[in-house]
Design a protein around this ligand. Sequence first.
Ligand code: NI
Length: 198
Amino acid sequence: MPATPATRPLLIVAAFAASLAAGLLFTLWMLGGLQKVTAPAAIGGPFQLVDQGGMTVTEQSLKGKPTIVFFGFTHCPDVCPTALFDMSEVLRAMGKDGDRINAYFVSVDPERDTVGKMKDYLSSFDPRLKGLTGDPASVEKIISGYRVYAKKVPLKDGDYTMDHTALIYLMDRDGKFVRPFDLKRKPEEAATDLKRYL
Ligand code: NI
């Protein structure tokens, strides 16, 4: 339609409105896309492992109790034993309520951490602390589900160590990740914090 002097202002208004609408749609589209990118990635998910007593533990075992999870390996020189000691201290500080939470130590080194090795190793810690291991594929599955960093590092003597995430994961009674759990405080303080999720 050729613009007559009478319709020209109308056309300008229409074009302006159209560009505004397009801009708005574009902005909404961008925001939608951004939301997808910045939405917190789900941590957790299905897994199937075996504890040091030979019992199967899956994501279903997390249901109904808050859970603290730590990933490591029995050959770890310091970080893992310290974390497991701290976890044991929290369980002790919780008293009977300690029976109402799950405390898991998941091996990132299934090659060496057999069920027998885990049983042996965990005998130094609170008996309520469960050590989980499995075949490499099963361990790989929980490592990727929990977005754990774990990498084999060769040592000079032909042996190897593992670089790994040293985070304590707090999961709620629905098995959903809440936040990292701070163990660098008094066990009583950590126990009080954990009891809020019972
Ligand atoms: Ni370690």
